[in-house]
Design a protein around this ligand. Structure first.
Ligand SMILES: Cc1cc2nc3c(=O)[nH]c(=O)nc-3n(C[C@H](O)[C@H](O)[C@H](O)COP(=O)(O)OP(=O)(O)OC[C@H]3O[C@@H](n4cnc5c(N)ncnc54)[C@H](O)[C@@H]3O)c2cc1C
Length: 401
Protein backbone atom coordinates (compact mmCIF):
# COMPACT_ATOMS: atom_id res chain seq x y z
CA UNK A 1 0.00 0.00 0.00
CA UNK A 2 2.79 2.42 0.85
CA UNK A 3 3.03 5.45 3.13
CA UNK A 4 3.51 9.21 3.09
CA UNK A 5 6.88 10.49 4.27
CA UNK A 6 7.24 14.05 5.61
CA UNK A 7 10.62 15.50 4.68
CA UNK A 8 11.13 17.85 7.61
CA UNK A 9 14.08 19.69 6.08
CA UNK A 10 11.70 21.07 3.44
CA UNK A 11 8.91 22.12 5.83
CA UNK A 12 8.57 25.81 6.61
CA UNK A 13 5.48 27.62 7.90
CA UNK A 14 4.60 28.66 4.32
CA UNK A 15 5.07 25.13 2.98
CA UNK A 16 2.89 23.76 5.81
CA UNK A 17 0.13 26.29 5.06
CA UNK A 18 0.20 25.37 1.37
CA UNK A 19 -0.03 21.65 2.20
CA UNK A 20 -2.91 22.24 4.64
CA UNK A 21 -4.81 24.20 1.99
CA UNK A 22 -4.35 21.42 -0.59
CA UNK A 23 -5.50 18.45 1.52
CA UNK A 24 -9.19 17.69 0.71
CA UNK A 25 -9.59 15.68 3.92
CA UNK A 26 -8.15 18.16 6.49
CA UNK A 27 -5.61 15.50 7.37
CA UNK A 28 -2.57 17.77 7.63
CA UNK A 29 -1.78 19.65 10.87
CA UNK A 30 1.00 22.06 11.77
CA UNK A 31 1.58 22.53 15.49
CA UNK A 32 4.70 23.77 17.31
CA UNK A 33 6.59 23.95 13.99
CA UNK A 34 5.88 20.30 13.34
CA UNK A 35 3.92 18.89 10.43
CA UNK A 36 1.72 15.86 11.08
CA UNK A 37 -0.64 13.73 9.04
CA UNK A 38 -3.66 12.57 11.04
CA UNK A 39 -6.02 9.62 10.70
CA UNK A 40 -8.33 11.49 8.30
CA UNK A 41 -5.71 10.86 5.57
CA UNK A 42 -7.08 8.76 2.71
CA UNK A 43 -3.74 8.44 0.90
CA UNK A 44 -5.12 10.39 -2.07
CA UNK A 45 -1.56 11.76 -2.54
CA UNK A 46 -2.81 15.23 -3.47
CA UNK A 47 -0.10 16.67 -1.15
CA UNK A 48 2.58 14.74 -3.05
CA UNK A 49 1.34 15.75 -6.49
CA UNK A 50 0.21 19.33 -5.88
CA UNK A 51 2.26 20.32 -2.81
CA UNK A 52 5.69 22.03 -2.77
CA UNK A 53 8.05 19.59 -4.41
CA UNK A 54 9.64 17.04 -2.09
CA UNK A 55 7.88 18.27 1.07
CA UNK A 56 5.85 15.06 1.30
CA UNK A 57 6.79 12.01 -0.71
CA UNK A 58 5.15 8.64 -1.15
CA UNK A 59 7.04 5.48 -0.34
CA UNK A 60 5.72 2.29 -1.92
CA UNK A 61 5.72 -0.86 0.18
CA UNK A 62 8.23 -3.33 -1.05
CA UNK A 63 5.99 -6.03 -2.39
CA UNK A 64 7.02 -8.43 -5.03
CA UNK A 65 4.44 -8.03 -7.75
CA UNK A 66 3.09 -11.29 -9.12
CA UNK A 67 4.14 -11.72 -12.70
CA UNK A 68 1.70 -12.61 -15.41
CA UNK A 69 2.22 -13.41 -19.05
CA UNK A 70 -0.38 -11.10 -20.60
CA UNK A 71 -0.07 -12.81 -23.99
CA UNK A 72 -1.67 -15.92 -22.52
CA UNK A 73 -4.84 -14.00 -21.58
CA UNK A 74 -6.98 -12.89 -24.48
CA UNK A 75 -10.41 -11.40 -25.14
CA UNK A 76 -13.13 -9.74 -23.12
CA UNK A 77 -15.82 -11.96 -21.61
CA UNK A 78 -19.24 -10.83 -20.44
CA UNK A 79 -21.16 -12.89 -17.90
CA UNK A 80 -24.73 -13.35 -19.15
CA UNK A 81 -27.10 -12.68 -16.28
CA UNK A 82 -30.60 -14.02 -16.76
CA UNK A 83 -33.63 -12.48 -15.14
CA UNK A 84 -36.74 -14.61 -14.85
CA UNK A 85 -38.00 -13.81 -18.34
CA UNK A 86 -35.09 -12.30 -20.23
CA UNK A 87 -31.38 -11.55 -20.48
CA UNK A 88 -30.65 -8.60 -18.21
CA UNK A 89 -30.20 -5.58 -20.57
CA UNK A 90 -26.92 -4.61 -18.85
CA UNK A 91 -25.40 -7.69 -20.54
CA UNK A 92 -25.95 -6.16 -23.98
CA UNK A 93 -24.61 -2.79 -22.83
CA UNK A 94 -21.43 -4.59 -21.70
CA UNK A 95 -21.13 -6.53 -24.95
CA UNK A 96 -21.41 -3.21 -26.83
CA UNK A 97 -18.66 -1.67 -24.70
CA UNK A 98 -16.51 -4.79 -25.04
CA UNK A 99 -16.78 -4.48 -28.85
CA UNK A 100 -15.42 -0.94 -28.60
CA UNK A 101 -12.57 -1.98 -26.30
CA UNK A 102 -11.37 -4.84 -28.50
CA UNK A 103 -10.81 -2.36 -31.33
CA UNK A 104 -7.63 -1.46 -29.42
CA UNK A 105 -6.36 -4.99 -28.76
CA UNK A 106 -7.77 -6.71 -31.88
CA UNK A 107 -9.05 -9.52 -29.68
CA UNK A 108 -12.44 -11.22 -29.37
CA UNK A 109 -15.60 -10.62 -27.37
CA UNK A 110 -16.95 -13.61 -25.48
CA UNK A 111 -20.18 -14.18 -23.62
CA UNK A 112 -20.65 -16.88 -20.97
CA UNK A 113 -24.13 -18.34 -20.63
CA UNK A 114 -24.78 -20.72 -17.74
CA UNK A 115 -28.33 -22.00 -18.19
CA UNK A 116 -30.79 -24.84 -18.73
CA UNK A 117 -31.38 -26.31 -22.19
CA UNK A 118 -34.64 -24.40 -22.57
CA UNK A 119 -32.99 -21.09 -21.62
CA UNK A 120 -30.04 -21.75 -23.95
CA UNK A 121 -32.39 -22.34 -26.88
CA UNK A 122 -34.37 -19.23 -26.01
CA UNK A 123 -31.45 -16.80 -25.64
CA UNK A 124 -28.43 -17.97 -27.65
CA UNK A 125 -29.35 -16.38 -31.00
CA UNK A 126 -30.33 -13.15 -29.30
CA UNK A 127 -26.98 -12.97 -27.50
CA UNK A 128 -25.04 -13.64 -30.71
CA UNK A 129 -26.99 -10.91 -32.52
CA UNK A 130 -25.33 -8.28 -30.30
CA UNK A 131 -21.94 -8.97 -31.85
CA UNK A 132 -20.37 -11.68 -29.68
CA UNK A 133 -17.49 -13.53 -31.37
CA UNK A 134 -17.79 -16.65 -29.20
CA UNK A 135 -20.64 -17.68 -26.95
CA UNK A 136 -19.52 -20.22 -24.34
CA UNK A 137 -22.40 -22.28 -23.01
CA UNK A 138 -22.59 -24.31 -19.82
CA UNK A 139 -25.85 -26.20 -20.17
CA UNK A 140 -27.43 -28.25 -17.42
CA UNK A 141 -30.93 -28.44 -15.95
CA UNK A 142 -29.39 -27.54 -12.58
CA UNK A 143 -28.43 -24.14 -14.03
CA UNK A 144 -32.07 -23.10 -14.49
CA UNK A 145 -31.86 -20.75 -11.51
CA UNK A 146 -28.81 -18.91 -10.23
CA UNK A 147 -26.89 -20.89 -7.63
CA UNK A 148 -23.64 -19.44 -6.33
CA UNK A 149 -21.80 -22.79 -5.95
CA UNK A 150 -22.74 -24.17 -9.35
CA UNK A 151 -22.33 -20.94 -11.29
CA UNK A 152 -18.98 -20.19 -9.63
CA UNK A 153 -17.71 -23.64 -10.58
CA UNK A 154 -18.74 -23.10 -14.22
CA UNK A 155 -17.29 -19.57 -14.37
CA UNK A 156 -14.02 -20.71 -12.80
CA UNK A 157 -13.81 -23.50 -15.36
CA UNK A 158 -14.37 -20.98 -18.17
CA UNK A 159 -11.61 -18.70 -16.90
CA UNK A 160 -9.17 -21.56 -16.31
CA UNK A 161 -9.68 -23.07 -19.76
CA UNK A 162 -10.24 -19.99 -21.95
CA UNK A 163 -8.07 -17.44 -20.12
CA UNK A 164 -9.99 -14.24 -20.91
CA UNK A 165 -8.03 -11.06 -20.27
CA UNK A 166 -11.11 -9.25 -18.93
CA UNK A 167 -14.39 -10.43 -17.39
CA UNK A 168 -17.28 -7.96 -17.07
CA UNK A 169 -20.39 -8.38 -14.92
CA UNK A 170 -23.49 -6.22 -14.56
CA UNK A 171 -23.45 -4.13 -11.39
CA UNK A 172 -26.73 -5.77 -10.36
CA UNK A 173 -27.39 -7.37 -6.96
CA UNK A 174 -26.51 -10.73 -8.54
CA UNK A 175 -23.41 -9.49 -10.38
CA UNK A 176 -22.15 -7.70 -7.29
CA UNK A 177 -22.29 -10.86 -5.21
CA UNK A 178 -21.05 -13.24 -7.92
CA UNK A 179 -18.05 -11.29 -9.22
CA UNK A 180 -16.20 -11.02 -5.86
CA UNK A 181 -16.37 -14.79 -5.38
CA UNK A 182 -14.73 -15.37 -8.76
CA UNK A 183 -12.18 -12.59 -8.25
CA UNK A 184 -11.10 -13.98 -4.89
CA UNK A 185 -10.75 -17.47 -6.36
CA UNK A 186 -8.28 -16.13 -8.92
CA UNK A 187 -6.70 -13.67 -6.45
CA UNK A 188 -7.22 -10.92 -9.00
CA UNK A 189 -8.57 -7.38 -8.78
CA UNK A 190 -12.22 -6.43 -9.10
CA UNK A 191 -13.41 -2.87 -9.58
CA UNK A 192 -17.03 -2.33 -8.57
CA UNK A 193 -19.42 0.07 -10.27
CA UNK A 194 -17.15 1.42 -13.00
CA UNK A 195 -18.49 4.49 -14.76
CA UNK A 196 -15.97 4.39 -17.64
CA UNK A 197 -13.80 1.71 -19.19
CA UNK A 198 -10.84 2.12 -21.49
CA UNK A 199 -8.23 -0.20 -22.93
CA UNK A 200 -4.47 0.03 -23.33
CA UNK A 201 -2.66 -1.64 -26.20
CA UNK A 202 -0.96 -3.97 -23.70
CA UNK A 203 -4.47 -5.24 -22.73
CA UNK A 204 -4.56 -3.43 -19.36
CA UNK A 205 -8.14 -2.40 -18.70
CA UNK A 206 -8.56 1.21 -17.53
CA UNK A 207 -11.32 1.12 -14.94
CA UNK A 208 -12.69 4.49 -13.86
CA UNK A 209 -15.01 4.98 -10.90
CA UNK A 210 -15.74 7.72 -8.39
CA UNK A 211 -13.87 7.32 -5.12
CA UNK A 212 -13.75 9.09 -1.77
CA UNK A 213 -17.42 10.06 -1.88
CA UNK A 214 -17.20 11.18 -5.48
CA UNK A 215 -14.41 13.69 -4.83
CA UNK A 216 -12.01 11.82 -7.08
CA UNK A 217 -12.45 9.85 -10.30
CA UNK A 218 -10.07 6.95 -9.67
CA UNK A 219 -8.37 5.16 -12.56
CA UNK A 220 -7.69 1.59 -11.57
CA UNK A 221 -5.41 -0.69 -13.55
CA UNK A 222 -4.47 -4.28 -12.69
CA UNK A 223 -1.01 -4.46 -14.21
CA UNK A 224 0.12 -7.74 -12.68
CA UNK A 225 -2.88 -10.03 -12.54
CA UNK A 226 -5.26 -11.64 -14.98
CA UNK A 227 -8.15 -11.84 -15.54
CA UNK A 228 -9.12 -8.22 -14.90
CA UNK A 229 -12.63 -7.92 -13.52
CA UNK A 230 -15.16 -5.13 -13.24
CA UNK A 231 -18.83 -4.64 -12.53
CA UNK A 232 -20.67 -1.87 -14.35
CA UNK A 233 -24.05 -0.48 -13.44
CA UNK A 234 -27.04 -0.75 -15.72
CA UNK A 235 -27.48 2.25 -18.08
CA UNK A 236 -23.88 3.46 -17.94
CA UNK A 237 -23.16 2.31 -21.50
CA UNK A 238 -25.43 2.35 -24.53
CA UNK A 239 -27.09 -0.85 -25.66
CA UNK A 240 -25.82 -1.59 -29.21
CA UNK A 241 -28.15 -2.34 -32.09
CA UNK A 242 -28.81 -5.98 -32.92
CA UNK A 243 -27.32 -7.19 -36.19
CA UNK A 244 -26.54 -10.29 -38.18
CA UNK A 245 -24.85 -12.82 -35.88
CA UNK A 246 -21.32 -13.79 -36.88
CA UNK A 247 -20.10 -15.54 -33.74
CA UNK A 248 -19.72 -19.21 -32.94
CA UNK A 249 -21.11 -21.30 -30.08
CA UNK A 250 -18.88 -23.42 -27.86
CA UNK A 251 -20.54 -25.93 -25.53
CA UNK A 252 -18.46 -26.62 -22.44
CA UNK A 253 -18.50 -29.90 -20.53
CA UNK A 254 -20.30 -29.65 -17.18
CA UNK A 255 -20.14 -33.19 -15.81
CA UNK A 256 -16.92 -32.71 -13.84
CA UNK A 257 -18.02 -29.38 -12.41
CA UNK A 258 -19.47 -28.84 -8.96
CA UNK A 259 -23.17 -29.48 -9.34
CA UNK A 260 -24.07 -30.26 -5.72
CA UNK A 261 -24.73 -27.35 -3.42
CA UNK A 262 -25.62 -26.57 0.18
CA UNK A 263 -27.96 -23.87 -1.13
CA UNK A 264 -31.52 -25.05 -1.73
CA UNK A 265 -33.92 -22.88 -3.69
CA UNK A 266 -37.29 -23.16 -1.96
CA UNK A 267 -39.39 -20.69 -3.86
CA UNK A 268 -39.16 -17.65 -6.11
CA UNK A 269 -41.39 -14.74 -5.17
CA UNK A 270 -41.60 -12.01 -7.76
CA UNK A 271 -41.33 -8.50 -6.42
CA UNK A 272 -44.17 -6.27 -7.49
CA UNK A 273 -43.01 -4.21 -10.46
CA UNK A 274 -42.87 -0.58 -9.42
CA UNK A 275 -42.08 2.63 -11.26
CA UNK A 276 -38.36 2.53 -12.08
CA UNK A 277 -36.48 5.74 -12.89
CA UNK A 278 -33.70 3.73 -14.62
CA UNK A 279 -36.20 2.66 -17.27
CA UNK A 280 -37.84 6.08 -17.85
CA UNK A 281 -37.49 7.89 -21.18
CA UNK A 282 -38.38 11.25 -19.66
CA UNK A 283 -37.45 12.42 -16.16
CA UNK A 284 -38.20 15.64 -14.32
CA UNK A 285 -35.65 15.78 -11.48
CA UNK A 286 -36.25 18.00 -8.46
CA UNK A 287 -33.61 19.33 -6.11
CA UNK A 288 -33.42 21.35 -2.94
CA UNK A 289 -35.20 24.30 -4.54
CA UNK A 290 -38.36 22.42 -3.49
CA UNK A 291 -39.07 22.51 0.22
CA UNK A 292 -42.06 20.14 0.31
CA UNK A 293 -44.01 17.55 -1.68
CA UNK A 294 -46.73 20.17 -2.26
CA UNK A 295 -44.27 22.53 -3.90
CA UNK A 296 -43.33 19.71 -6.28
CA UNK A 297 -46.83 19.60 -7.78
CA UNK A 298 -45.61 21.68 -10.75
CA UNK A 299 -42.91 19.08 -11.42
CA UNK A 300 -45.54 16.29 -11.44
CA UNK A 301 -47.70 18.28 -13.82
CA UNK A 302 -44.74 18.85 -16.17
CA UNK A 303 -43.77 15.16 -16.00
CA UNK A 304 -47.37 14.09 -16.76
CA UNK A 305 -47.52 16.34 -19.79
CA UNK A 306 -44.25 14.87 -21.11
CA UNK A 307 -45.14 11.27 -20.25
CA UNK A 308 -42.29 11.09 -17.76
CA UNK A 309 -41.69 10.49 -14.07
CA UNK A 310 -40.39 12.62 -11.23
CA UNK A 311 -37.03 11.82 -9.65
CA UNK A 312 -35.01 13.69 -7.03
CA UNK A 313 -31.56 14.55 -5.71
CA UNK A 314 -30.42 13.03 -2.41
CA UNK A 315 -31.39 15.89 -0.06
CA UNK A 316 -35.02 15.37 -1.12
CA UNK A 317 -34.83 11.77 0.07
CA UNK A 318 -33.07 12.78 3.26
CA UNK A 319 -35.82 15.34 3.92
CA UNK A 320 -38.42 12.56 3.56
CA UNK A 321 -40.02 14.25 0.56
CA UNK A 322 -39.56 11.31 -1.82
CA UNK A 323 -38.70 7.62 -1.50
CA UNK A 324 -35.05 6.56 -2.00
CA UNK A 325 -35.91 4.54 -5.10
CA UNK A 326 -36.41 7.86 -6.93
CA UNK A 327 -32.93 9.17 -6.08
CA UNK A 328 -30.51 9.78 -8.94
CA UNK A 329 -26.78 9.60 -8.32
CA UNK A 330 -23.82 7.80 -6.90
CA UNK A 331 -25.72 6.44 -3.92
CA UNK A 332 -28.98 6.30 -5.88
CA UNK A 333 -29.75 5.05 -9.37
CA UNK A 334 -28.07 5.70 -12.70
CA UNK A 335 -30.44 7.01 -15.36
CA UNK A 336 -29.97 7.62 -19.07
CA UNK A 337 -33.32 8.92 -20.35
CA UNK A 338 -33.96 10.57 -23.69
CA UNK A 339 -34.78 13.77 -21.82
CA UNK A 340 -34.07 14.93 -18.28
CA UNK A 341 -35.16 18.32 -16.97
CA UNK A 342 -33.43 19.23 -13.71
CA UNK A 343 -35.19 21.77 -11.52
CA UNK A 344 -33.23 23.54 -8.80
CA UNK A 345 -30.36 21.05 -8.70
CA UNK A 346 -26.83 22.37 -8.23
CA UNK A 347 -25.02 19.59 -10.12
CA UNK A 348 -22.83 18.02 -7.43
CA UNK A 349 -20.51 15.32 -8.83
CA UNK A 350 -22.43 12.64 -6.93
CA UNK A 351 -25.68 13.65 -8.67
CA UNK A 352 -24.11 14.10 -12.11
CA UNK A 353 -22.46 10.66 -11.89
CA UNK A 354 -25.96 9.21 -12.06
CA UNK A 355 -27.36 11.16 -15.02
CA UNK A 356 -24.58 12.46 -17.28
CA UNK A 357 -25.36 9.75 -19.85
CA UNK A 358 -28.80 11.27 -20.53
CA UNK A 359 -29.41 12.11 -24.19
CA UNK A 360 -30.79 15.62 -23.64
CA UNK A 361 -30.25 17.56 -20.42
CA UNK A 362 -32.18 20.77 -19.76
CA UNK A 363 -31.55 22.53 -16.46
CA UNK A 364 -33.29 25.34 -14.65
CA UNK A 365 -31.40 27.01 -11.83
CA UNK A 366 -31.37 30.59 -10.62
CA UNK A 367 -27.61 30.48 -10.02
CA UNK A 368 -25.78 31.13 -13.34
CA UNK A 369 -22.65 29.49 -11.90
CA UNK A 370 -24.38 26.25 -10.87
CA UNK A 371 -22.23 23.36 -12.10
CA UNK A 372 -25.27 21.54 -13.49
CA UNK A 373 -24.96 23.89 -16.47
CA UNK A 374 -21.55 22.34 -17.28
CA UNK A 375 -23.25 19.06 -18.22
CA UNK A 376 -26.47 20.51 -19.63
CA UNK A 377 -27.31 20.89 -23.31
CA UNK A 378 -29.69 23.77 -22.53
CA UNK A 379 -29.84 25.91 -19.42
CA UNK A 380 -32.35 28.43 -18.12
CA UNK A 381 -31.10 30.80 -15.42
CA UNK A 382 -34.23 31.70 -13.50
CA UNK A 383 -36.61 30.71 -10.72
CA UNK A 384 -38.18 27.27 -11.21
CA UNK A 385 -41.46 28.51 -9.75
CA UNK A 386 -41.61 31.06 -12.56
CA UNK A 387 -40.25 28.98 -15.45
CA UNK A 388 -42.06 25.66 -14.88
CA UNK A 389 -45.63 27.07 -14.88
CA UNK A 390 -44.74 28.95 -18.06
CA UNK A 391 -43.36 25.76 -19.64
CA UNK A 392 -46.55 23.92 -18.64
CA UNK A 393 -48.65 26.66 -20.21
CA UNK A 394 -46.65 26.52 -23.48
CA UNK A 395 -46.79 22.71 -23.70
CA UNK A 396 -50.54 22.72 -23.08
CA UNK A 397 -50.97 25.40 -25.70
CA UNK A 398 -48.92 23.38 -28.22
CA UNK A 399 -51.00 20.30 -27.42
CA UNK A 400 -54.19 22.29 -27.80
CA UNK A 401 -55.29 21.57 -24.21
C1 LIG B 1 -20.88 9.81 -0.50
C2 LIG B 1 -21.91 10.75 -1.04
C3 LIG B 1 -22.84 10.26 -1.92
C4 LIG B 1 -23.82 11.12 -2.43
N1 LIG B 1 -24.73 10.60 -3.31
C5 LIG B 1 -25.63 11.45 -3.87
C6 LIG B 1 -26.56 10.95 -4.82
O1 LIG B 1 -26.61 9.76 -5.14
N2 LIG B 1 -27.42 11.84 -5.36
C7 LIG B 1 -27.43 13.16 -5.04
O2 LIG B 1 -28.26 13.91 -5.57
N3 LIG B 1 -26.56 13.63 -4.12
C8 LIG B 1 -25.68 12.81 -3.53
N4 LIG B 1 -24.83 13.30 -2.61
C9 LIG B 1 -25.03 14.71 -2.16
C10 LIG B 1 -24.41 15.72 -3.10
O3 LIG B 1 -23.09 15.96 -2.74
C11 LIG B 1 -25.19 17.06 -3.05
O4 LIG B 1 -25.22 17.51 -1.73
C12 LIG B 1 -26.61 16.97 -3.60
O5 LIG B 1 -26.62 16.39 -4.87
C13 LIG B 1 -27.21 18.38 -3.67
O6 LIG B 1 -28.54 18.29 -4.05
P1 LIG B 1 -29.27 19.53 -4.71
O7 LIG B 1 -28.57 19.93 -5.96
O8 LIG B 1 -30.72 19.21 -4.79
O9 LIG B 1 -29.15 20.66 -3.58
P2 LIG B 1 -28.23 21.95 -3.52
O10 LIG B 1 -26.81 21.62 -3.74
O11 LIG B 1 -28.60 22.65 -2.26
O12 LIG B 1 -28.70 22.83 -4.76
C14 LIG B 1 -29.93 23.46 -4.86
C15 LIG B 1 -29.88 24.28 -6.13
O13 LIG B 1 -31.15 24.83 -6.35
C16 LIG B 1 -31.00 26.16 -6.84
N5 LIG B 1 -32.24 26.85 -6.47
C17 LIG B 1 -32.70 27.09 -5.24
N6 LIG B 1 -33.93 27.68 -5.32
C18 LIG B 1 -34.20 27.82 -6.65
C19 LIG B 1 -35.33 28.32 -7.37
N7 LIG B 1 -36.39 28.80 -6.76
N8 LIG B 1 -35.26 28.29 -8.72
C20 LIG B 1 -34.18 27.80 -9.37
N9 LIG B 1 -33.11 27.29 -8.74
C21 LIG B 1 -33.13 27.29 -7.38
C22 LIG B 1 -29.77 26.69 -6.15
O14 LIG B 1 -29.18 27.71 -6.92
C23 LIG B 1 -28.89 25.44 -6.07
O15 LIG B 1 -28.03 25.36 -7.19
C24 LIG B 1 -23.85 12.47 -2.07
C25 LIG B 1 -22.89 12.96 -1.18
C26 LIG B 1 -21.93 12.12 -0.67
C27 LIG B 1 -20.91 12.66 0.27
Amino acid sequence: MGKLVINNDKITKEVAEKLISICPFNAIEYNDNKLDINSACKLCKMCVRKGPQGAITFQEDEVKAPSVNKDEWKGIAVFVELELDNVHPVVYELIGKARELVQVTKQEVYAVLIASKEQVEKYKDEILSYGVDKLFIYENELYKNFNMDRFASAMENFIETEKPSVVLYGGTPLGRSFAPKIASHFKTGLTADCTRLGMKENTDLIQVRPAFGGNIMAQIICTNTRPQMATVRYKIFQKPAQGKAHGSVVYKETKNLKLDSMIKLLNIIRKERTEDISEADVIVACGRAFKSAEEMSIAYELADLLGGIVAVSRPMVEAGIKDAKYQIGLSGKTVAPKLIITLGISGAVQFVAGMSGSQLIISINKDPNASIFDVSHYGIVDDVFKVVPELIRLIKEAKGE
